[in-house]
Design a binder for this molecule. Sequence first.
Ligand code: FES
Length: 107
Amino acid sequence: IKIKITDRQGVLHEVDAPTDMNMNLMEVVRSYELAPEGTIGICGGMAMCASCQCYVNSGHDLPEKSDDEEAMLSEAFNVEDNSRLGCQIHITPELEGLEVELAPEEI
Ligand code: FES
């Protein structure tokens, strides 16, 4: 599926994300090197670091946040109403045309 990802410099990338590889959005960002190594996916996708936070700008109906995701976002910086943890968003066919923006790096 095609996904639009705006990186932390504000550059828009349209990428192909496979739906048959059990990938999540954080892994897609990493595979295209859209954020420097060590600034995204720090906890390895366990919903424990918020380095993969992104803003969902398209109207896709994403699965509800898990309690772990809610808890992490409640402690993270720069959280907006449309914030999600990229590692908790699994790439499925329903996400065709998804538009997200990476949240600023947490320091
Ligand atoms: Fe750590 Fe997503 S990679 S919360």
